[in-house]
Ligand binder design. Structure first.
Ligand SMILES: CC(C)(COP(=O)(O)OP(=O)(O)OC[C@H]1O[C@@H](n2cnc3c(N)ncnc32)[C@H](O)[C@@H]1OP(=O)(O)O)[C@@H](O)C(=O)NCCC(=O)NCCS
Length: 213
């Protein structure tokens, strides 16, 4: 069985409304469908790599190849866990949590997107809270960071609700012009104080060596 050899396939994080797991090929196809249907207002570009500006077929392929790339590149010293979020029986988006030198730094970054039909209904907050539970309670992280462009109010609001504090800015080139992003940071005490959601993590134990823990 695949989870005997790649235990991450048996890792499941559950919140009251969501299940987050490493996708099989069928779920990955659903995720590509979500991206093709649209994940943001085309007038704005919320990602540093403007991958959603590409034609639809290319957007779908880049979802698949990016996910496969995370699996192929996985090392305990540099990992990226890309999960699909499932609600109401279907894939609605993705939440990733990633780290470099986690064994030493105990710090994770997160990133996420949802299909537009599922935005603004609290799912983004719920899936971020899910991976924070995995990181802080499951992997004994000390910090989690997030970053979003200054006009991304939804992402910023999700972070603030979950206890993150401002951690400076960064500048990127997006669509050929400068874009300022806000960095946010959550420490263990902040996570514990803001923690409100019931989250369960299943199948973590055999994965720990893969996370460098
Ligand atoms: C960012 C994202 C994952 C957040 O998920 P979500 O399900 O929409 O977020 P939630 O519904 O949990 O929470 C959003 C919060 O932002 C608030 N919000 C949303 N748009 C806002 C706006 N324009 N101004 C102020 N607040 C806003 C909502 O009111 C809500 O806060 P509340 O619970 O206090 O009312 C989702 O919107 C998304 O996929 N966006 C497109 C892709 C993207 O930007 N990804 C992140 C790149 S860094």
């Amino acid at each position: 069985m695949i989870s005997d050899h790649w235990p991450l396939c048996g890792l499941v994080v559950r919140t009251p409304r969501l299940e987050l797991r490493v996708p099989d090929q069928g779920l990955l196809g659903e995720l590509a469908d979500v991206a093709v249907a649209g994940i943001h207002d085309p007038a704005v570009q919320p990602f540093v790599a403007a991958w959603t500006d590409a034609p639809r077929a290319q957007v779908a392929r880049s979802v698949l190849q990016w996910q496969w790339g995370q699996w192929a590149a996985w090392r305990p010293a540099a990992w990226s866990l890309a999960l699909v979020a499932i609600a109401e029986g279907r894939v609605i988006g993705t939440q990733d949590v990633n780290a470099e030198d986690f064994a030493v730094l105990r710090e994770v970054r997160t990133g996420s997107w949802l299909g537009r039909a599922w935005q603004g209904r609290g799912y983004g907050t719920e899936m971020r809270a899910a991976v924070l539970e995995l990181a802080f309670a499951g992997l004994d992280a000390r910090y989690a960071t997030s970053e979003a462009f200054a006009d991304n109010d939804a992402s910023y609001r999700v972070s603030r609700k979950l206890g993150y504090v401002d951690d400076g800015v960064a500048r990127y080139v997006v669509r050929g012009v400068p874009a300022v992003s806000r960095r946010l940071r959550l420490d263990r005490a902040g996570w514990a104080a803001a923690r409100a959601l019931q989250v369960t993590v299943e199948g973590l134990e055999p994965c720990l060596p893969l996370f460098g823990v």
